[in-house]
Design a protein around this ligand. Structure first.
Ligand code: KIV
Ligand code: ZN
Length: 390
């Protein structure tokens, strides 16, 4: 693997599907898994096999279906979880077991009523046991975001010794600031023996709206895997959004980081996941929201019509969106009206435009958005016919 390739680990079907109301059946999961494989993700976390018979069979079927990506199953640091995950993954071309345990003070004290040494022992035993089934074992240090760095380094070293191939450093509660999360990854890179033999993975939650920023800080400081979901869906405020981290790396070539993702499939994949899960994408969502490439104020519209790059940093075609939208509202100017009118057959002279624009403003003040049908009506009212087409 090249040094600047960042693996995309998609957990839409596991962390994403944990969201209330987003439950999918096996058939729906298979359609999404096939699409994720086509999109070019490196790893598909297909589910938590021990959690239910339904999840077990979904992971089994996804493992059979997926052609290119590694298929991963989640477990706790519990022997039976691991045995069941290995069973569900038995048909995978590239299987991975993802096991782990909480490492923060509060997890150790309140969840496990245990000690740091015992948690390390239990994590290492889980990794070694998983390794008896598959070569590729990822370890997660749950709540690593709030885990003391020195202790986290001890945990990581023990997991490498036990055979882990990937170390997941989750900011489970979405607590970290980007600088803090980046410094955590840097600390591990500099203080864990054997760290260069494994991949460090970022798994960030969005409780403070920082999941994307934290994941990017992580890869800047040496992590080489990002765990994310389509549309950023996930527990509470969600996970890192796949489309956001991929496009950040694409748009900032000086970072010198790349992925395998076919970005032209991002928009369609977002729509597919949103429809199957019944989770609406907020219109102002970066990259895939309905307004991500829509311009409604007169100043912006005039700029975009002259040259798209005045107000757009991404060519919509790059993410599979047909074209930028010029939305007509009462804030729109003459240039936008002329542009939209031309699209539906009216090439207006300056005089005609002045006349039509006045009528347009009166009309627009009564509506949220002026659509093509309204433009035809305005032309009729002002007696401009499609004969004005050049
Ligand atoms: O957020 C988290 O810590 C997780 C782990 C189970 C990987 O989802
Ligand atoms: Zn998570």
């Amino acid at each position: 693997m090249s040094d600047n390739k960042v693996q995309i680990f998609d957990t839409t079907l596991r962390d994403g599907e944990q969201v209330p109301g987003c439950k999918l059946n096996t058939e729906q999961k298979l359609i999404i898994a096939e699409r994720l494989d086509l999109l070019g993700v490196d790893v598909i976390e297909a589910g938590f096999p021990v959690s239910s018979p339904g999840d077990f069979s979904s992971v089994t079927e996804i493992a059979k279906l997926v052609k290119n990506a590694t298929v991963c199953g989640l477990t706790r640091a519990v022997e039976n979880d691991i045995k069941v995950a290995a069973e569900a993954l038995r048909y995978a071309k590239k299987p991975r077991i993802h096991t782990g345990i909480g490492t923060s003070e509060s997890h150790i004290k309140y969840k496990f009523k245990s000690t740091q040494d015992k948690v390390i022992e239990r994590g290492a035993a889980a990794v070694a046991y998983a390794k008896s089934f598959v070569e590729d074992v990822e370890f997660y240090a749950e709540d690593a975001g709030r885990t003391d760095n020195e202790f986290l380094a001890r945990v990581c070293e023990a997991m490498i010794k036990a055979g882990a191939t990937v170390l997941n450093i989750p900011d489970t509660t979405g607590y970290c600031l980007p600088e803090e999360y980046g410094a955590k990854i840097k600390y591990l890179k500099e203080n864990v023996r054997g760290i260069d033999k494994v991949i460090i993975s970022c798994h960030c939650h969005n409780d403070l709206g920082l999941a994307t920023a934290n994941s990017i800080a992580g890869v800047i400081h040496g992590a080489r895997q990002i765990e994310c979901t389509i549309n950023g869906i996930g527990e509470r405020a969600g996970n890192t959004a796949l489309e956001e981290v991929v496009m950040i790396m694409n748009q900032h070539p000086y970072l010198d980081l790349n992925t395998n993702i076919n970005t032209k499939l991002l928009y369609d994949t977002s729509k597919m996941v949103s429809e199957k899960m019944g989770m609406v994408v907020q219109p102002n969502k970066a990259i895939v929201g309905a307004n991500a490439f829509a311009h409604s104020s007169g100043i912006h519209q005039d700029g975009v019509i002259k040259n798209r790059e005045t107000y757009e940093i991404i060519d919509p075609a790059e993410v599979g969106v047909t074209e930028s939208a010029i939305v007509l509202t009462a804030r729109s100017g003459r240039a936008a009206l002329a542009y939209r009118a031309k699209k539906i057959g009216y090439e207006l002279t300056k005089l005609q435009l002045d006349k039509v624009y006045k009528e347009f403003l009166d009309f627009a003040d009564t509506k949220k958005e002026v659509v093509d049908e309204d433009i035809h009506q305005i032309m009729k009212n002002t007696k401009v016919t499609s004969a004005a087409v050049a």
